[in-house]
Structures are given as structure tokens and as C-alpha cells.
Write a protein that binds this ligand. Structure first.
Ligand code: ARG
Length: 455
């Protein structure tokens, strides 16, 4: 039976019920709905709606319900209730009879669902924070293992300058740490309790909302009832934080897919995160990384979905807002599993140091060094850039790297070049010169790793 039958003489159609019911999605708020109900029982007992004994019996029944149902989502859905709030109330009434019908005094599903969802978000954000920290830990461990492995760094996907693999790892550490701080920010803002806002105008009972909020573990109560029941900013913020983090995960996945390709072969992915082809026996496909990249799309889609759903909704609650949960759950589930998966991929990843170094030595990644050498000999940088560009063309013609060009040939382009040029063109010199805060010189990467490990 629905919670609202009295006003109606006709039955709702089966199609309408299917369309309107949210239990198949919001069953996930079961624990939060019971928690909120226990706190609400205390609140209305404090203003005399329930006697101390009634309050105790209700709370006992709610706790029993929690253990009986546990994590069994299927059992909840099978009840056929309209939504999770109806499910809990119906089960409560089945347990304690008419007393169960008192619990909804002064409460609306509008403040209830807003409270449940915020409680759920808080718990889930804590899990995601741990997952992000684990991923950062996996990147730091990989950085430590492969700190001084050398590979080409790219711009425009053209070999640009050599970098260390450790430096690449720490680039993603920066991104995931920003994601973590975004989650922390979102958590601060969502940590207010809507319960006691009623349907929209505030409950008619003189409950202590501050005490109620604290009893549920919130930082404090929301301050405007119209806003409290119709605010889904936190859903948008979490979808947005997830989207940006998925963008980072997707870029990392793309880098690794490329590094793992036959063309680059800088790394090898472990068997436990790759799959084979049904046709081509030689294949070892980077499925885990491709799925991370792929799932980014649906997470963006969910962000657009909730932004669009909320746009132009009049105050206060509207049923449109029931659409908030499916996208949010999918977003945070997808983000969570991608974070776990990425950590697992990094754990088993091996760097083929030889291939990566060879690639770094090819592609004229030391051309900037030669220009800098000319600058040190007094040539203006723009001119040096041009001279080196011409030398690169000559070197390509001869099929040689810059450091193997004969000195006479170098001198034809720039007479200031002496044989002290060659040490400047080595990989070690290229890396060693990037000895600046945030640079790829090995000592800088070591220092940066130490700082992160100390965090
Ligand atoms: N299932 C609803 C939701 O998720 C709960 C709130 C319903 N409120 C109402 N006035 N019908 O939004």
C-alpha cells in the first residue's frame, strides 16, 4: 500500500507505478533511511510525540530491521514498495503495528530523501578518498621502482625531450591529489543535515535541529528549508569531481595504452589485467585501461544529466529530482572501480628500460640541448634554434642522431661548435640539466618522491 492512499479514489495504473517507483534504485539508501529514522524518533520523542517507551520500541524495531535485511538489496526490491522510505515504514508498521504509523509525524519524504542521500554521499566519499589514496600509493611505489628509467617525453605526440618514468608517475600523483582535495571540499559543503525541513517550509514541531544534525554525524543543520529539500548541488559537485578525476584516469590510461603498444613497447602490462583475442593468438589487449578510458564517457554523461535535470526547476521539491540517484550511483560506482583497477594495473606494470631508453635517444630529443650549447657560446637563442633545425634536417638525411654527426659537419653550420659539444648531447646531460623544482632531473624526482612519501 502506498503512503498516500486517502486522497485517491482510483487506482494508479501499473505503468504509472513502474514509472514512478524508485525502489529499484534507491534501495541502496536503506541503511541511511533507517539511521535517519532512528534519529527522527528521538527528535519527535523530545517534543512529546512519542513516549520514552514508544521511542525505545520504535528504535529497537528499526535496529532489528537493519539486521534482518542487512545488505540484501534483492529482498528490498522484491517488496514492491514505492521507494525506500515506504519500504522502511511498511516494514516498521508490520513489526510494531500502529506505533509505526507515528514515526512520520512532522517529517516528509522530501527532507528524508535529502538527508538519506547526503548520509550516503558522506560514506561513499570516505571510500573514494581511500581509493584515491591507494592509487596515489601505487603510483609512488611505481615511481620508486622505475624512478630513473628514461623514456621520451612528448608534445603533440612527437618525441620532445627525455623524461624519467618516475617523473611521469609523479605527474599523475599531482592530478589525483587535486582530485582528493576536490572531494574534501565537496564533503565540507555537503555536510549539513536537511532533516527537520519538512516538505518545504520547516517541520511544525519544535525540535532541536542542531542536536538532530549532530546525532546523525553532520557538521550542523541546513539553514533554509526551501533550499534544504531542493538542493542537489552536492550531487552535481560529486559528479563533477568524478568527471575530472575520470579525465585524469583516462589520460593515464591512454598514455599507458600507447606505452604498451607494439610501436612504443616501453612497458608491459601484467597478465591479470589484460585479455586475449578470440581470433589472433598473439594478442594481449589492454582491456582494463581501455575500459577506464571508455567509462569516462558515461561519467561525463551523468554530470550533464543532473545539471540538465536541475536546470530551471522551481523551488522547492519536484519529482524530477528523483532522477538524481541513478546517475550519481553509477558515477561513483564507475569512478570507484576505475580507481581500484588503475591501482592494480600499476602494481603489475613492468618498464622495458632498454626500449624506452632507445626511443628517448632517437627522435632528436636532444636538439634543445644543442641549441642551449650554442647559446652558452654566445649565439642568440632564436638563431641557435634555426641552426639546430637545419642540423636536424641534415642528420635525418644521413640517418644519424645529432651526437653522431661529424664535428666538421656541425662546424659548417656553426663555427663555435667544439668537441666539448658531445657530452651535452647525452641523455644524462639532457636529464641532469632539468635540475629545477618540478623538473625531471633524477635528483629532483627523488626529492619530489620523498616529499610525497612523507605526506
Ligand atoms: N523517491 C523520492 C525521490 O527520490 C522521494 C521523495 C518523494 N517525495 C514526494 N513528495 N513524492 O525523490
Amino acid at each position: 500500500m502506498a503512503l498516500w492512499g486517502g486522497r485517491f479514489q482510483g487506482q494508479s495504473s501499473a505503468l504509472f507505478q513502474l514509472f514512478n517507483d524508485s525502489l529499484p534504485v534507491d534501495y541502496r539508501l536503506f541503511q541511511q533511511d533507517v539511521e535517519g529514522s532512528i534519529a527522527w524518533a528521538d527528535a519527535i520523542a523530545s517534543v512529546g510525540i512519542l513516549s520514552a517507551d514508544e521511542c525505545q520500541r520504535l528504535k529497537q524495531a528499526l535496529n532489528d530491521l537493519l539486521t534482518e535485511v542487512g545488505e540484501d538489496g534483492n529482498a528490498i526490491i522484491a517488496s514492491g514498495a514505492e521507494d525506500i522510505h515506504s519500504f522502511v515504514e511498511q516494514r516498521l508498521i508490520a513489526k510494531v503495528g500502529d506505533l509505526g504509523k507515528k514515526l512520520h509525524t512532522g517529517r516528509s519524504r522530501n527532507d528524508q530523501v535529502a538527508t538519506d542521500l547526503k548520509l550516503w554521499c558522506k560514506a561513499t566519499v570516505t571510500e573514494l578518498q581511500h581509493k584515491l589514496q591507494t592509487l596515489v600509493g601505487a603510483l609512488l611505489a611505481l615511481c620508486e621502482r622505475e624512478l630513473d628509467a628514461v623514456m621520451p617525453g612528448y608534445t603533440h605526440l612527437q618525441r620532445a625531450q627525455p623524461v624519467t618514468f618516475g617523473h611521469w608517475c609523479l605527474a599523475y600523483v599531482e592530478m589525483f591529489e587535486r582530485d582528493l582535495s576536490r572531494l574534501n571540499d565537496a564533503l565540507k559543503r555537503l555536510d549539513t543535515c536537511p532533516l527537520g525541513s519538512g516538505a518545504l517550509a520547516g517541520t511544525a514541531y519544535a525540535i532541536d535541529r542542531q542536536k538532530l544534525a549532530l546525532s546523525l554525524g553532520f557538521n550542523g543543520p541546513t539553514l533554509n528549508s526551501l533550499d534544504a529539500v531542493s538542493d542537489r548541488d552536492h550531487v552535481v559537485e560529486l559528479c563533477s569531481a568524478a568527471s575530472l578525476s575520470m579525465l585524469h584516469l583516462s589520460r593515464m590510461a591512454e598514455d599507458l595504452i600507447f606505452f604498451n603498444s607494439g610501436e612504443a613497447a616501453f612497458i608491459e602490462l601484467a597478465d591479470n589485467v589484460t585479455s586475449g583475442s578470440s581470433l589472433m593468438p598473439q594478442k594481449k589487449n589492454p582491456d582494463a585501461l581501455e575500459l577506464i578510458r571508455g567509462k569516462t564517457g558515461r561519467v561525463y554523461g551523468n554530470l550533464m544529466g543532473i545539471l540538465t535535470t536541475m536546470k530551471a526547476l522551481p523551488l522547492a521539491y519536484n519529482k524530477d529530482m528523483q532522477e538524481d540517484k541513478e546517475g550519481l550511483f553509477d558515477t561513483l560506482d564507475s569512478w570507484g572501480i576505475c580507481l581500484d583497477m588503475a591501482a592494480l594495473v600499476l602494481e603489475g606494470l613492468k618498464v622495458n628500460r632498454g626500449n624506452a631508453l632507445t626511443a628517448a635517444q632517437q627522435g632528436y630529443a636532444n636538439a634543445t640541448e644543442l641549441a642551449d650549447y650554442l647559446v652558452a657560446k654566445g649565439m642568440p637563442f632564436r638563431e641557435a634554434h634555426h641552426v639546430v633545425g637545419e642540423l636536424v634536417v641534415k642528420a635525418i638525411g644521413l640517418g644519424l642522431p645529432l651526437e653522431q654527426l661529424p664535428l666538421e659537419l656541425l662546424q659548417q653550420s656553426a663555427s663555435v661548435i667544439q668537441d666539448d659539444v658531445f657530452p651535452h648531447l647525452s641523455i644524462e646531460a639532457c636529464l641532469g640539466k632539468r635540475d629545477v623544482l618540478g623538473g625531471t632531473a633524477i635528483n629532483r624526482v627523488q626529492a619530489a618522491l620523498k616529499v610525497k612519501q612523507g605526506d
